[in-house]
Design a binder for this molecule. Structure first.
Ligand code: ATP
Ligand code: MG
Ligand code: MG
Length: 428
């Protein structure tokens, strides 16, 4: 089989975790990002004939074209790239691009992404466009359509909840001021609004499709967010002793995720985030308040039902699939490489009964809390520490994660206690 060089737009932690299986499989990588030692570049030597990885912005047309001339397939570890240039390099026959540039462009705009899914009969949280300079009357119309609270979201450039602002009331505030806050929250980008989803649980499914069209999905995971940032992830969905637990929800979540990905072109791994809604039976679970309090140890439901709707899709490896490195037969990162290189997909089955993933997120400029969490993790059986090699710590920045595997969901939840205890911001 001729060796193909993969060009990756973006050299952060997802690129770093792509570089690990690439090294095992002997796949040459060229990583485009600004700076000589980004997280991905730190762990990957450039291929023969190159003295270094390209140093430039993954949004720069010149750098993307240069990367395309030196690679066989381009892919992304971040969706906020120049999708038009990717379409151009593909049209010019410079290089293959996976997933399809049109898919990346569609997903970049969450409002268009939602319209695309809705038009194809895929369940999504109710949503509506926000006019460019909305008046109080516009907000009142949105309230009539979607109710309150609203989740006001940036259409583009959103990640880790940056760009999301809950709007709880229209009364107590001067709407001009609220608008300023919302626009600032969205980084000046265009806005759209979503109805508040009073979910009982957030779940996510990773779906992978190769160039030939073979599709596999991983079992659904439970994702717990705080302040709109993913903090903890449990795999598989909880199963109660003697009960069916959430196996039915798992089946439907995989089905919904696969049908959503079927509407998108191109090969690779996709992360599908979903809300499990309170219109079913959830013994032991209750609808969350808009403050999104984190409850790490709710009791497992003996059986659970309820409708699912999609929050958003990522056209790349995703934080809710990090556990697949230690917990599944083939990681999301290896399967992404297999998918875009026309290789057969690997098994997505869990190879341990249960796993949890805990993000280590900066609380300030100090690395100390991250180091404390690592120290706690090193004392836990079945724990694997991943540090991303980022030099500067900042509040809200993903610095690393820990995966903990175990013989049961209960054991995993027990094992993560000392690590959670070393992350006081999580409980706060
Ligand atoms: P990511 O880092 O996953 O790309 P993002 O910045 O794109 O995040 P979203 O996924 O849209 O943001 O939202 C982040 C989190 O905010 C969700 O996982 C959920 O916890 C909460 N959230 C988003 N939309 C809603 C909604 N309509 N109702 C209630 N909560 C919501
Ligand atoms: Mg997102
Ligand atoms: Mg999200």
């Amino acid at each position: 089989m001729p060796q193909q060089t993969v060009g990756i737009l973006g050299g952060g932690q997802l690129g770093r975790m792509l570089a690990h299986p690439a090294a095992l499989m002997g796949i040459p990588l060229l990583i485009l990002d600004s700076g000589p030692d980004t997280p991905a570049k730190q762990v990957s030597l450039p291929p023969h004939g190159h003295t270094q990885h390209p140093d430039g912005a993954f949004t720069s047309p010149e750098h993307i074209k240069e990367l395309a001339r030196n690679a066989d397939v381009l892919t992304v570890e971040i969706e906020h790239v120049d999708a038009d240039v990717l379409a151009q390099v593909e049209a010019d026959g410079l290089c293959a691009v996976q997933p399809a540039p049109g898919t990346i462009k569609l997903i970049q705009d969450k409002y268009l992404q939602k319209r695309h899914l809705e038009a194809r009969g895929i369940a999504v949280a109710p949503f509506a466009a926000v006019p460019e300079r909305p008046t109080l009357a516009d907000w009142q119309a949105l309230e009539r359509e979607l109710g309150l609270p609203l989740m006001v979201k940036s259409r583009t450039m959103a990640y880790d909840g940056k760009g999301n602002s809950p709007l709880k009331t229209l009364e107590e505030v001067d709407i001009g001021q609220t608008m300023d806050t919302l626009v600032r929250g969205a980084g000046g980008n265009k806005l759209y609004a979503e109805a508040w989803a009073p979910f009982v649980m957030e779940v996510a499914v990773m779906v992978v499709r190769n160039v030939q069209g073979q599709v596999k999905s991983y079992d659904a995971v439970e994702t717990i967010h705080k302040d709109s940032i993913l903090r903890v992830c449990f795999a598989p969905l909880r199963v109660a002793a003697g009960g069916k637990g959430m196996s039915e929800v798992n089946r439907r979540a995989k089905e919904l995720a696969e049908s959503a990905v079927a509407t998108l072109d191109g090969a690779g791994i996709f992360g599908v985030e979903m809300f499990l809604m309170p219109d079913g039976t959830f013994p032991g679970l209750s609808s969350k308040t808009p403050d999104l309090t984190l409850t790490p140890f709710p009791p497992p439901p003996p059986t659970a039902s309820g409708s699912l709707m999609i929050n958003e899709i990522a056209p790349r490896p995703h934080n809710s699939g990090h556990h697949t490195i230690e917990a599944c037969e083939t990681s999301q990162f290896e399967n992404h490489l297999r998918a875009i290189l026309s290789l057969p997909l690997g098994s997505t089955s869990l190879r341990v009964p249960a796993a949890a993933m805990l993000n280590m997120i900066g609380t300030s400029e100090s690395m100390q809390p991250i180091e404390d969490a690592c120290t706690a993790a090193y004392g836990v059986p079945g724990a694997t520490v991943h540090l991303y090699g980022k030099k500067e710590c900042r509040k809200g920045r993903k610095m690393g994660h820990v995966t903990v595997t175990g013989s049961s969901d209960a054991q995993v939840r027990e094992r993560i206690r000392p690590i959670l205890a070393a992350m006081p911001d999580l409980a706060a």
